[in-house]
Design a protein around this ligand. Sequence first.
Ligand SMILES: Cc1cc2nc3c(=O)[nH]c(=O)nc-3n(C[C@H](O)[C@H](O)[C@H](O)COP(=O)(O)OP(=O)(O)OC[C@H]3O[C@@H](n4cnc5c(N)ncnc54)[C@H](O)[C@@H]3O)c2cc1C
Length: 431
Amino acid sequence: MVDACDIVVVGAGPAGLAAAEAAASHGKRVVLIDSQPRAGGQVWRHDALHGQPRVAMDAIRAAAGNANVTYLEGTQVVAVEPERLLLQDARRGFHLAYGALVLATGARELLLPFPGWTLPGVTGAGGLQALAKQGWPLRGKRVLIAGSGPLLFAAAATAQRHGAHVVGIHEQAGASAVHRFAAGLWRWPGKLAQAARLRLELARVPYRTGSIVTTAEGDHGVSGAHVRGGQGDERIECDLLAVGYGLLPQVELAQLLGCALEPEGAHARVQVGPWQATSQPRVFAAGEACGIGGIDCARVEGHIAGLAAAGAAVPRALVQRRDRARAFAASLRQHFALRDDVRGLANDDTTICRCEDVSLGAVRTHTDAREAKLATRCGMGACQGRICGGALAELGHGPRGGMRPPLFPTRLATLGEPVLSSVSDTRGYTP
Ligand SMILES: Cc1cc2nc3c(=O)[nH]c(=O)nc-3n(C[C@H](O)[C@H](O)[C@H](O)COP(=O)(O)OP(=O)(O)OC[C@H]3O[C@@H](n4cnc5c(N)ncnc54)[C@H](O)[C@@H]3O)c2cc1C
């Protein structure tokens, strides 16, 4: 039973779980919120076939199972007001006041449109992984994975564990960049061990560098893809095609709160100080929302943010661990920087906004994403520009601009709800 809330943590991925546990262990009453039906975030998403790794179950139990933590699963933050959040779950909308806030809202995939990318069977690389874990049948399917970054390996391994035949992994970065990245991994032994494990698991899967999917083809669904690389152009037969060009920080909630952002390539991340404080008083941020850094970085930043939000001292050793983890993030950005030719794959007929069916040609004449949105409805659909906004920014159409509430499509009944002073009637966490 919780009578009042000292700290709200938004996001129950590795960063949010660490923040909730740290704050709760200092006696703070914490409400942990996640829009997903189960805790774990992206990397620890529950796998219908294989469950969750022990490290994830331990982290979830330590946070969501803590007596000082009330865990609200399947609950979205849809808007903010001074000192309180507007939340929505499947049954109702409600306000929740907070003393301090930790934003651990994570990342989403960067999808860059190319001819055929809207065919059934074409997904992001992380998207394919999420679908597989949720039970989408992959057994016996030929899967081609492409794009950029270590997530391609994680997605391929998940697909293979679900019985798919992975016909290839195509990385856009050149061989020398990938080799330099691999050669520097000794500085992060955990990452080196993880990379070695994945490489072994995927030993039979062809891995190509400097290779880009240019087109997907098929009548009712994808049946093959054209790939351009060092060996020229080739067509590869596949039943599923998963293409992801890395990750983007989810900063929309921070934007609504007025937190300062800073550039992350063509995109933005939440600006934080040494103790994960944002530019807004009593608002902290941790994990991929502060820049793409991987799970170790998310966990240590969450720990720091939870301590700082609770007003507890932050040990120096944690700050040093965070700085080492952030150095890994910088190495990722440097070695998997996108080549210019991946930004030139879409032509005027290529759909850029899937929700509103808007082609690149229709938005090309506008100077920025906001103007394009007003003229074409690009970004006004169900995903609220989360997919096309990232693509347009990457293609040079500028940032999406300011964020307006609601963050997600919201029921009318959610608006005008009373402030919730007790969250004891929620379902809570069952270990
Ligand atoms: C699709 C995908 C797959 C990935 N797979 C892997 C992998 O296999 N291996 C790996 O090492 N890394 C993977 N990553 C990278 C991964 O994001 C990080 O390493 C790690 O999960 C980051 O932790 P986090 O806590 O910062 O964010 P996340 O794990 O992304 O957690 C953020 C949480 O915040 C919640 N949230 C966001 N906004 C709101 C809101 N307004 N209201 C309520 N809840 C909200 C989300 O539902 C999510 O659960 C993947 C990333 C993505 C996008």
